[in-house]
Design a protein around this ligand. Sequence first.
Ligand code: SF4
Length: 196
Amino acid sequence: MATNLHTKTAPEAPPASFEDALAQTAPEAPLASYENALARAREGRGIRRDTALFLSNAAPLDALLAAAAEVRDRGKGSIVSFSRKVFIPLTTLCRDYCSYCTFRKDPGQPGAHFMTPDEVLALAEQGRRAGCKEALFSLGDQPERIFPEAREFLSRQGFARTLDYVAAMSELVLESRCSRTPQRFERQRWLDARKR
Ligand code: SF4
């Protein structure tokens, strides 16, 4: 019988989901004990839903945590990464009232504020001294739409929209970071630029 070495078989379609991938693996042996199920989990190839449910009901928490840590360490190592950033809450005023939100405030409430450029720069500098590499601006959504206090604050800074103000504050922080010039000089330069 002749064999055509150039004949190719069609590649298998990749599984569409994690559940499909599990379904394509060899069937699991019946679960005799949580130790058997844990041993299977430790292999790190994924376990079926019924095995996971069995483990969550039958295995002691310490054993579950130890197995999870073993799989994690094997796949990811023990390094925990984080982003060195300073949090800059530019304004806590917000036109929305999301029920889960603990950040937003109405004018007059404790913690309601808009940060001035000087406050922004001072906080960014504190972060820089503490070793931060990023500045994370946090703010409510377009408070100027419903609060005259927000419109007045923005107007005093030369803006009509919070979005433009946060863009300008981002540039201000970036410039001061890059130039390493004293804050008061940066602040004055920024004010002068806005007057032109
Ligand atoms: S700050 Fe964000 S999460 Fe909070 S109320 Fe406003 S839009 Fe919603």
